[in-house]
Ligand binder design. Structure first.
Ligand code: BES
Ligand code: ZN
Length: 664
């Protein structure tokens, strides 16, 4: 009854049929009018963050042959694509960015090509013409290339930045793959990959290692052969090479890292990884990638984690010595379904990758630690979302769940907490609305099965949701779709179980009230004790420190005048002394960072140098950027000299952003 047949219209070209594009005219459940009136011409929508003509081809297989040179700090090689010319195109347009392209051939014969002038931020288009103006229906395209010093995809480290040997790692999401090799750099394009990588040092890749052998030319060099049999988009390619060793952390999992960290890394992840995989398999369906390994990169790795298939790349800040950061692994693992199997078709629909992944990450952690823990994480996420929107330079544009990057805006510029937290909050809301986990879980399985190995947009998500819950349409009609998906700012506040947060808020409030009235160290010692926080997990410590810094009891959040710890450093000192083991002595980077923020807010001058020192040991942008901003707010000279001294340790993207943040 809710289905209607919409007439086919003229725009339905053969191309759309071949490629499985859904034109707005095909058969589907009608969405509520507010959504129908926004429905685009075709689904999946076009990706505007690529300069390639990706729609004209199907990539049947990609083969990368790479050589890593630590002396030159370049990766050079040849990429071969087996292409199916679905639109009878006569030219091939590929993405490149700061790449040197030396040769292009079609079916083994060299052809002319040109690299167009660079267009920021998307790069330089590689144009390949066929010699006679036509291209076969299937053919092999080969491009020889070399990276340059301006490459944004790689960070090269020298021995003094690692445990002694050189190291290189890639970070390609969202649009940096084009800076490593010429490609159709769109999440809409998926192919299987094989890779042969030659390097003097152990090498890992986003696929399964099949063999490794010494090269004929030199016994110093080895060629590593990898296969990725599940079709993936280019942004998921990951490659790293350095003094890497591996240790088992589960029956299908190893951790790779430099030898000096191997034991700590193994201890941190051992056992949990397999629990996460099995929990996710129950919620969704079996893990399809074979192995699941983790690479712990050197300190300068700019993200928490990156979901390269078979080989999650991660920051060493996950090693907290108490397994308290493993939720990041649950997150990257969850991407094995959301993002890696079922992929956003363009960065406008990034919430389909990250919102779903945060939702699944919390389902995994909730299955293992209980529903209260799940809701507690969601609450922290909700607070992060508010803070993130508040501090946005352009919230009207970037706090909408569905983005619009049609004008060629850099997806890195649009990146924020919004797709993560607004997205996952929406899915939790939907779960509750539809009747809880038992009602929602069949949809999870259906959605991931239906779209596996494909790339989709939000409209296909909507259509599938309305089709699946045809019998609950009245509930879905009640959702404020416009607000959730197309309106800036906070969505409706979720109803969350606050048991774990309530204890934290009560303790923060008690401290703030006491600090407002007493300056006597003994007074604090008789009112508080280390035991106050002994049962807190590290997320609760994080919330405690955040609440203290805010200086307003959560129950009186409307109160205007916040307490400033700088007015009572005695109280701040007392607090840190009483909870020393859970704050100052913590090795959890999330806690360490919040402790610094608390100390800086209290203007405890002795902490400034310690923060500067810490900034020399972390490269994760989540900490480095706000860390410099904090230091800058109390001691600009120290912030600037610290940055000048350390800047070449950071990833090029991190370095550029901090420079901008400090106004240098
Ligand atoms: N895919 C992202 C990382 C990413 C996104 C890199 C966009 C570049 C552009 C990854 O899965 C991620 O979200 N990492 C988070 C950790 C997570 C627990 C929220 C991070 O790095 O902090
Ligand atoms: Zn993610």
């Amino acid at each position: 009854m809710f289905k209607r047949l919409r007439a086919f219209n003229d725009c339905c070209t053969p191309l759309s049929l071949i490629k499985g594009l859904r034109m707005s005219s095909s058969l589907s459940a009608t969405l509520p009018a507010v959504l129908e009136k926004r429905r685009p011409q075709q689904s999946p929508e076009t990706d505007y963050s690529t300069l390639s003509n990706y729609k004209a081809f199907q990539v049947q297989h990609s083969n990368l042959n790479l050589e890593i040179s630590f002396e030159k700090q370049t990766i050079s090689g040849v990429v071969h694509y087996n292409l199916h010319n679905v639109a009878n195109a006569s030219q091939i347009l590929l993405d490149t960015s700061f790449l040197e392209v030396s040769d292009v051939s079609i079916d083994g014969s060299k052809v002319d090509f040109k690299v167009e002038p660079r267009r920021e931020p998307l790069g330089s288009r590689l144009v390949v013409h066929s010699p006679d103006g036509t291209l076969p229906s299937t053919f092999k395209l080969s491009c020889s290339f070399e990276t340059t010093q301006k490459c944004t995809a790689l960070q090269w480290l020298q021995g003094h930045q690692t445990s002694g040997k050189p190291y290189v790692f890639s970070q390609l999401e969202a649009i940096h793959a084009r800076s490593l090799f010429p490609c159709f750099d769109s999440p809409s394009v998926k192919s299987t990959f094989s890779a042969n990588v030659t390097s003097p040092l152990p090498t890992v890749f986003s696929g399964i290692l099949k063999s490794q052998e010494e090269t004929e030319t030199s016994s110093e060099l080895k060629t590593y052969h990898f296969e990725q049999d599940v079709p993936i988009p280019t942004y998921l390619i990951g490659i790293a090479s350095g003094d890497l060793q591996a240790a088992d952390v589960g029956p299908r999992s190893k951790v790779y890292t430099e030898p000096f960290r191997l034991q700590d890394a193994q201890w941190e992840f051992d056992g949990d990884v397999e629990k996460f995989i099995q929990t996710a398999e129950k919620i969704i369906f079996p893990y399809e990638w074979g192995t699941y390994d983790i690479l712990i990169n050197p300190n300068s790795y700019p993200y928490g984690g990156m979901e390269s298939p078979n080989m999650t790349f991660a920051t060493p800040t996950l090693i907290a010595h108490d397994k308290s950061n493993v939720d990041v692994i649950a997150h990257e693992l969850a991407h094995s379904w959301s993002g890696n199997l079922v992929t956003n078709c363009s960065w406008d629909h990034f919430w389909l990758n990250e919102g779903w992944t945060v939702y699944l990450e919390r389902r995994i952690m909730g299955a293992l630690h209980g529903e209260a823990a799940r809701h507690f994480s969601a609450l922290i996420g909700w607070n992060d979302l508010g803070n993130s929107i508040d501090s946005m330079k352009n919230p009207d544009r970037f706090s909408k769940l569905v983005q619009n990057l049609q004008d060629g805006t850099d997806p890195d510029e649009a990146f924020s907490t919004v797709p993560y937290e607004k997205g996952s909050t929406f899915l939790l809301y939907l779960e509750t609305l539809l009747g809880g986990k038992q009602a929602f879980d069949p949809f999870i399985k259906h959605y991931f099965k239906k779209f596996q190995r494909q790339s989709l947009d939000t409209w296909q998500f909507f259509d599938t949701l309305f089709e699946f819950y045809a019998d609950k349409r009245d509930l879905l009609e009640g959702v404020d779709w416009e607000k959730w998906f197309f309106t800036p700012g906070l969505p409706p506040k979720p109803e969350l179980i606050t048991t774990l947060a309530d204890d934290v808020y009560a303790l923060a409030e008690k401290w703030i009230l006491k600090a407002q009235t007493s300056r006597n160290k003994k007074d604090f010692e008789s009112s508080f004790a280390a035991d106050d926080v002994k049962d807190f997990n590290s997320n609760q410590i994080v919330l405690l420190l955040d609440s203290l810094v805010q200086g307003v009891p959560a129950t009186k959040a409307h109160q205007k005048s916040a307490f400033r710890w700088s007015e009572n450093p005695t109280a701040a000192h007392a607090l840190l002394a009483i909870y020393v083991d859970r704050t100052v002595n913590s090795r959890n980077a999330e806690v360490v960072f919040r402790t610094f923020r608390f100390e800086i807010s209290a203007r405890l001058t002795e902490s400034y140098g310690k923060l500067a020192e810490w900034l020399g040991t972390v490269g994760r942008m989540k900490f480095v950027r706000p860390g410099y901003r904090l230091l800058n707010s109390v001691d600009r000279d120290l912030a600037v000299t610290t940055f000048e001294e350390l800047k070449d340790m950071y990833h090029p993207i991190c370095k550029a952003l901090v420079k901008q943040d400090l106004g240098l």
